[in-house]
Every structure is written in C-alpha cells, then in structure tokens.
Design a protein around this ligand. Structure first.
Ligand SMILES: [Zn+2]
Length: 246
C-alpha cells in the first residue's frame, strides 16, 4: 500500500493537473469551475446522527470531483476532497475521539479492490490528527446503489465492531443521498455505547422533496459535550502542487 501510494504520488507529480470540470490544464479545479461549486446548505441530520456537515451540493463539478477521487482513484483528488472535509469538520460541536467509515459491501470492495470510504476516512484522519479505526461491519449483499428511496433511507444493515462506550465518533462518507447509511451507522454505534455520532460527507444530494422554506435549522450542541478539540486548520487551496504532496 505504501509503495503504491508512493508510485501514485510520483505519477501525480509528473502528470499535469487537469480540471475535472473543463479539462483545462494547470489546476486541480480551475477558478471558473471552483466558482460553480455550491456549498451544501445546513439541514438537520438524519437521527440519530447528532451533527453533520457536507462540503458541496452533489452536482456539476462536485460530482466529477467525487468520481475522480472515488471511482477513478485519482489520488490528488482524494487528497483535495479529504482536505475540504477536514476544513468542514472544524465546525464539529465537540471533541471527536475517533473517525470511522460506513463500509462498502463485500462485493463492491472485491470489485474495486479497496473500500473508498476507508481510504477517504484515513485521509481525513491524517489531516485532522484524529484517531481512525474500523468500527462498523456490513452484512453481505447489501449494496445501496439501485435501491429505491425508501430502502435507501433505511440504510444498509450495519453493526458495530466491539464496544465504543462514551466515545464521540465521526463517520466519514463520500456522498449522502437520503442519509440512510449515516443513520444506520449512527444507530449501530449508539447501540454499542457511543456518546454521540457525527457525520461528514464530501457532497450531499439536494434533499428529495426538500422544502427550501422549511424551518431554519441551527446546529445545536448535543447534550453532555466537551469543549471543541483543535483539529488542525487545513484550509484548501485549489492548486495541484500542494494537494498532491500529502
Ligand atoms: Zn475548470
């Protein structure tokens, strides 16, 4: 893994960066395309997730960013979205003890050779300095892609690995659609003793049937919370050299 990472970094350093939005050379995301990225609005998290954040609305260039980082395994885009996530979770309402991820189905991991959720979570952990570990298991044959909205809202069958008593856990994922996966992760972790479960995704689809004029949501500090921790400040720049050098 380390050797492969090194080789990928070398290739990233040699190959020119191309904007995923317009294909222009020279920047990971050019200024014009970066200007089209839409920050995800603040909406209530799916219970029992106590707090969540998302960098972008899952549309346009943001979709392409996620695809590059995930499906095409382009490491510099992975680093870029991980850094965006690290910046977004600076707003977390209390100290985070552990970062984890909602595991992909065994079939998907076999097909892709890697669990992209894990790769992303570990990259975010490197930026934040927060401990990262596998804390969730998934039943076999439970890929979410292709399920109808109701089934997706239920989320995949997940269970915690061991006890996570009194820990505040941050679940990282690439895209939230209905929030079902994150809710399932939070249920499993709360059942295993977690004090609170937060979630962060690179992107979020526009709420299906969402009411733009609905009641305002202000992220509240969940009960029994400690002082915020000091996650490293890693604001993003959209240039290729710094993003590729993690
Ligand atoms: Zn562009």
């Amino acid at each position: 893994m380390a050797l492969r990472d090194t080789l990928e970094d070398l290739f990233d350093a040699i190959l020119p960066a191309r904007c995923p939005g317009c294909g222009r050379c020279g920047a990971l995301v050019c200024d014009a395309c970066a200007a089209t990225l839409v920050r995800a609005p603040i909406v209530p998290p799916p219970p029992p997730v106590a707090w969540w954040t998302s960098c972008f609305v899952y549309t346009g260039v943001a979709r392409e960013l996620v695809a590059r980082a995930k499906y095409r395994n382009e490491r510099r885009f992975l680093v870029l979205v991980a850094r965006e996530l690290a910046g977004a979770i600076e707003a977390v309402p209390s100290a985070t003890d552990l970062i984890t991820w909602a595991p992909a189905s065994a079939a998907r991991i076999r097909a892709q050779g890697v669990d992209h959720g894990e790769v992303l979570a570990r990259a975010v952990a490197r930026f934040t300095g927060v401990r990262v570990a596998a804390r969730l298991q998934r039943a076999t044959g439970s890929a979410q892609t292709g399920l109808d909205a109701r089934a997706r809202r239920q989320g995949p069958p997940l269970r915690a690995i061991g006890r996570v008593d009194a820990e505040t856990i941050l679940v990282i994922d690439d895209v939230a659609t209905t929030g079902g996966t994150l809710a399932a992760a939070a249920r499993a972790l709360r059942d295993a003793g977690a004090q609170a479960v937060f979630a962060a995704t690179v992107a979020r689809t526009p709420q299906p049937g969402g009411d733009r004029d609905g009641p305002a949501y202000t992220p509240a500090t969940p009960a029994g919370i400690r002082a915020p921790n000091s996650m490293n400040s890693m604001r993003s720049t959209w240039t290729s050299s710094s993003a590729a050098s993690m």
